[in-house]
Design a protein around this ligand. Structure first.
Ligand SMILES: [Zn+2]
Length: 480
């Protein structure tokens, strides 16, 4: 309900986030601690994310399939780093059908292991390669500290798993997918992410190289929005995925995996929201335009005309491909409705009252600056798609401006520590995990990525003075 004000983000970002998730009807608490119920408004947002990405995956040659959620626990022990990375978070089924199971079954935290087992069956020859598969599913990781959309024990995601004949081809795939994520973030979520590679200490368990997109949230902390991993032969060796090449020699495949999750909803909330509530990027928004008819209580006939006209506006917009809703709720003031839809982040609002009806116009209000414009009634359907495009550009520009204003470079550890309060910091880094741990103890910041583009990284580490490990400066930030 929009009646009582939302805690301002500047006052308490975390309270703002939690209140907003529930008030905007995105999610609700579950009786099981750490998991959440995704409500229709939140799920519609996810469906738009999902269908957009799914189209991008298919356009780049991938097919969907589905693996079961139960995986024998022993599978996790086959790849050493993988088991170390995931066993603390495994949820395990030990009893079923009233009996103790002979072999305990893990609820998938990710599916490399079971997929590896099947790929070893499906791949025999170089003619079977590449395998370019993806699945949309739920996964479970037993997290102690949870937060809706950002960290929950069960979440929805996609996991792509591909197998290739050689290293070069597999690396290309890992790059392709992280770039598809970046394109999605920029062109659909209006989030200007940075594409980069993870340092050794931040790599996925079992990967040789991990690439990621990182976004800056409005509390100046980073959020990893998607990852893509090159596994080399690690999983192929653990699961014996071999093929005979053109010369009839047996070789291991090279694999990749890549994923994004319902965390992207958290990214959209935190990259764009303001004290009033959500601001949704129009290409993902479940409702792009809300039409609020303004009734005159003492003149039911006029109110009926206004409502009819509001419905006609909505039909025209819908025919123009716009996702639109008319707020026909009775007994609520227009002001209350305006607040409610602003809190839900609907990009555009059309107000239509008796005077507008007479004047042959509507009032258009955009969500970012809440600027009003009058539109000629007959031109609404032709004008609104352009306004939505403009909204997307303005939202992206606003996020980019915010990011740039909170991006710094530091050459000495003192200014590095000070800047860490204010955003993310480019610094020269030695790449040693133990140095990263010290930095984290001192500043709560972690290396987010080594950007693919960015300032050159020659010189000595900002903390320890050892030589730089990378051609570029590393982005450090506090992160979710
Ligand atoms: Zn260092």
């Amino acid at each position: 309900m929009a009646s009582k004000g939302l805690t301002p983000m500047s006052e308490d970002f975390s309270a703002w986030y939690n209140e907003l998730v529930y008030r905007a009807d995105l999610a609700d608490l579950s009786p099981v601690r750490g998991s959440m119920v995704i409500r229709p408004y939140g799920y519609a947002l996810w469906e738009n994310i999902q269908s957009t990405l799914d189209g991008m995956f298919k356009a780049s040659g991938h097919e969907n399939l589905y693996f079961p959620m139960l995986i024998p626990v022993s599978y996790f022990e086959r790849e050493k780093q993988h088991v170390e990375g995931f066993s603390p978070e495994l949820a395990v089924v030990t009893h079923a059908g009233g009996k103790e199971l002979e072999e305990p079954l893990a609820i998938r935290p990710t599916s490399e292991t079971i997929i590896g087992e099947l790929y070893s069956k499906w791949i025999q020859s170089y003619r079977d390669l590449p395998l370019l598969y993806n699945q949309w599913c739920n996964v479970m990781r037993w997290e102690l500290r949870t937060r809706p959309f950002l960290r929950t024990t069960e979440f929805l995601w996609q996991e792509g798993h591909t197998a290739h004949a050689g290293a070069e081809e597999a690396l290309e795939e890992a790059f392709r997918m992280v770039n598809i994520y970046a394109e999605f973030a920029r062109d659909h979520a209006a989030i200007p992410v940075v594409v980069g590679e993870k340092t050794e200490g931040e790599r996925f368990a079992g990967a040789l190289r991990t690439f990621a997109i990182e976004g800056l949230m409005r509390d100046a902390r980073a959020l990893q929005c998607g990852t893509s991993h090159y596994m080399g032969e690690n999983f192929a060796r653990a699961f014996d995925i071999t093929f005979s090449d053109e010369n009839n020699e047996l070789r291991y495949v090279h694999t990749t995996s890549w994923g994004v999750s319902t965390r992207l909803i958290g990214a959209v909330i935190m990259a764009h929201g303001d004290d009033q509530g959500l601001i949704l990027p129009p290409r993902l928004a479940p409702i792009q335009v809300v039409v609020v008819p303004i009734f005159r209580g003492d003149e039911p006939e006029v109110s009926g005309q206004v409502l009819d006209e509001a419905q006609r506006v909505a039909q025209e917009l819908s025919a123009a491909g716009v996702r639109v809703k008319v707020d026909t709720r009775e007994g609520l003031s227009p002001g209350w409705k305006f607040n409610d839809w602003e809190q839900k982040g609907v990009p555009l609002r059309i107000e239509l009252g008796p005077r507008d009806l007479e004047a042959g116009q509507v009032v258009l209000v955009e969500r970012i600056e809440r600027q009003k414009a009058q539109l000629d009634r007959s031109g609404v359907a032709a004008a609104v798609p352009g306004h939505l495009e403009e909204f997307h550009r303005a939202l992206h520009a606003r996020a980019e401006e915010f990011r740039d204003a909170h991006t710094f470079s530091a050459d000495d550890y003192e200014s590095f520590r000070q800047r860490m309060e204010q955003g993310w910091v480019y610094a020269v880094h030695c790449g040693r995990p133990e140095c990263e741990q010290k930095i984290q103890q001192d500043t709560k910041a972690t290396p987010r990525c080594i950007p693919l583009d960015g300032p050159a990284g020659e010189g000595s580490c900002v903390r320890c003075g050892e030589p730089s490990a990378y051609p570029r400066r590393v982005i450090f930030s506090r992160a979710y």
